[in-house]
Write a protein that binds this ligand. Sequence first.
Ligand code: GRF
Length: 219
Amino acid sequence: MAKRRVAILISGRGSNMAALLAAARSEDFPAEIALVLSNRPAAKGLAAAREAGLATAIVDHTRFGQDREAFERALQAELEKQQIDILCLAGFMRLLTPWLVSRWHGRMLNIHPALLPAFKGLDTHARALAAGVKIHGATVHFVIPEMDSGPVIAQGALAVRDDDTPDTLAARVLALEHRIYPAALRLVAEERVRVVDGRCVIDGAPVSDHVLLVPADEA
Ligand code: GRF
């Protein structure tokens, strides 16, 4: 099968983008990163993508005022120009409307720094600590119009330590993110992920390809 053409959408640092890029460098990876697109001209990850020699694009949402659909039309035009097959949101801080989401149904992935459906939204690590949960992690899911929802493709989990702060927890969860996002993209690009009754069924791959559990004494 030809490699799937992937666009990564970022707004900031781009460490998940870097993890996807690193994975895509290997010859047997079923996807290539054809475009890195940012809504923020100053996004750090954009500079890194340029340095890596990738095609980049900026669609600055502030140019469109309150008109979300006009912003999304401009974004869609960039994606079409590069004949993108799969979209990976990686720290992309814009809510998307059904106009765009429906166009990418089953082909748009997001990574969220919590074990969904727990802790949707922002400040997930501080909220997990405040709630006193003992297990925390990250989720890769298909995007649906409702924020931080949609069928779960892959999750990574670790034990929360008594002395964790939001920062220490964020750092360990981020390391998990960098492992589960490439794994989830691989499964989607290989067309191993079917959505049945709103849930992902993974064909022909071991559970360890989409579930990452850090042993409690290593977390
Ligand atoms: C990550 O924690 C991701 O889960 C969330 O935003 C953050 C982006 O970080 N959606 P980076 O830009 O990939 O470093």
